[in-house]
Design a binder for this molecule. Structure first.
Ligand SMILES: Nc1ncnc2c1ncn2[C@@H]1O[C@H](COP(=O)(O)OP(=O)(O)OP(=O)(O)O)[C@@H](O)[C@H]1O
Ligand SMILES: NCC(=O)N[C@@H]1O[C@H](COP(=O)([O-])[O-])[C@@H](O)[C@H]1O
Ligand SMILES: [Mg+2]
Length: 388
């Protein structure tokens, strides 16, 4: 195997665009290799800014502000960490010779549900739910009638379930239409998806670079209001479904190309696997890998970016439970009970400077050599005792 270069860490600079909890762990992993790090976000004291060498607070949707920090800092690698980034800035940076991870086109495709869905379903011919795109309320009504109820309605640009809803009948559509407007991204166009009655859903974390593609064990998860609350690894699945999941993950990540880790989101029904969406970066459900793998998804992301080997060992089964704020405050204090600090469990507090109801603030991680179920049970119990 040939690697792109020996690691000369002092000559490498990584810039994160978006500095939340996932980026914070990426920065820590890069720092462990002696790499200079810069964290950019739209608010001060974002989690990754707390641990980076340097930070900038800018309007992430403004092309010039993004290009200004890139041209000033001249990072070796630019790592988008959130979806809401001015994409033209990334295309321009790439043209100027900067290395965007995994690449500007992949970021563009995945930040917009229309682009990624058409790429996956039409171009790559991957199985997905039935879908339609709409821009008017009348269009939504027609699409929902065509696809049938229940159906899932999402803004084409949004994440963590923002603006997403399930319409169970025609009467729900008005509410769905209004809700979609609240999305942070672009709510001018919506996707209407057939509701898949899956047995379970997984994230297939896939790390790739020019040398290698590596899969993590499948991660099962539970979502509430379109946002993850519990995840566990490994998800116990049939060999056929697992193989199919890896095949789909390989096709979509090869299709997008570039270096980095991807969170490939899949719905599984029997041995049938449907592609849902993909993050070209670490995935929230993948935080469980901080306790289950010798190299977490964050460490693998950094290694993939640097062209280093993507080999690691699995320690055993584990689970994660997200803690979401119950109140709205500045400088929130998260109250964590002593029972989290055991041989087989720990906590990561993100350090967000402000809480609002439902904002993810911390994660409890549990380990159980043999059983994901037991690890999940323990994580659920631990999170019950968190307060803010
Ligand atoms: N077509 C569908 N059928 C059934 N369930 C769905 C469908 N689409 C979405 N869901 C459910 O809603 C969850 C969130 O959907 P999706 O991943 O598209 O939203 P998101 O806002 O991009 O979330 P995130 O950014 O956290 O990945 C899915 O993980 C799944 O549980
Ligand atoms: N599903 C995507 C996801 O989990 N993204 C993670 O959440 C942060 C935003 O959190 P915030 O909304 O609390 O600022 C992002 O910066 C990223 O770390
Ligand atoms: Mg998702």
């Amino acid at each position: 195997m040939k690697f792109s270069a020996p690691l000369k860490s002092d000559s490498i600079k990584i810039m994160l665009l978006g500095s939340g909890e996932l980026g914070k762990e990426v920065i820590i992993e890069a720092q462990r290799l002696g790499i200079e790090t810069i964290a950019v976000d739209s608010y001060n004291n974002a989690p990754a800014q707390l641990v980076a060498n340097k930070s900038y607070t800018i309007n992430m949707k403004n092309k010039n502000e993004i290009l200004d920090v890139i041209r000033r800092e001249k990072p070796t690698y630019i790592l988008p960490e959130v979806e809401a980034i001015n994409i033209e800035a990334l295309f321009t940076a790439e043209k100027e010779g900067f290395h965007v991870i995994p690449n500007a086109d992949a970021v563009n495709k995945t930040m917009n549900r229309k682009n990624i869905r058409e790429f996956a379903a039409v171009e790559l011919k991957l199985p997905t739910s039935k879908y339609e795109f709409v821009t008017t309320f009348e269009g939504l009504q027609n699409a929902a009638l065509k696809i049938g109820f229940p159906c899932v309605i999402k803004p084409v640009m949004s994440s963590s379930g923002h603006g997403q809803s399930i319409a169970r009948s025609k009467a729900d559509l008005e509410k769905s239409w209004e809700l979609a407007k609240e999305a942070r991204g672009d709510a001018s166009e919506l996707i209407v998806e057939e509701f898949i009655t899956f047995d379970y859903e997984i994230t297939m974390l896939t790390a790739r670079n020019e040398n290698q593609t590596a899969f993590c064990e499948p991660i099962g998860h539970i979502q509430q209001d379109g946002d993850y609350i519990f995840s566990w690894q490994p998800m116990n699945m049939s060999e056929t479904a697992k193989k199919r999941s890896q095949e789909i993950a390989k096709i979509i990540t090869d299709g997008l190309g570039g270096r980095g880790i991807f969170g490939v989101e899949l719905f599984v029904k029997g041995d049938e696997v449907y592609f849902s969406e993909v993050s070209p970066r670490p995935h929230d459900t993948g935080m469980v890998t901080m306790i289950t793998q010798s190299q977490s998804e964050f460490a693998l992301h950094v290694r993939a970016v640097l062209g280093l080997p993507l080999d690691f060992i699995d320690y055993g089964a584990g689970a994660s439970a997200a803690y979401k704020a119950k109140g709205d405050t500045f400088n929130p204090v998260i109250d964590i009970q002593e029972n989290v600090f055991t041989k087989t469990s720990f906590v990561r507090v993100f350090g967000k400077p402000q809480s609002h109801v439902g904002r993810r603030m911390a994660v409890a991680l549990t380990f159980d050599k043999e059983s994901s179920d037991k690890a999940l049970q323990k994580a659920k119990e631990l999170i019950e005792n968190f307060k803010d």
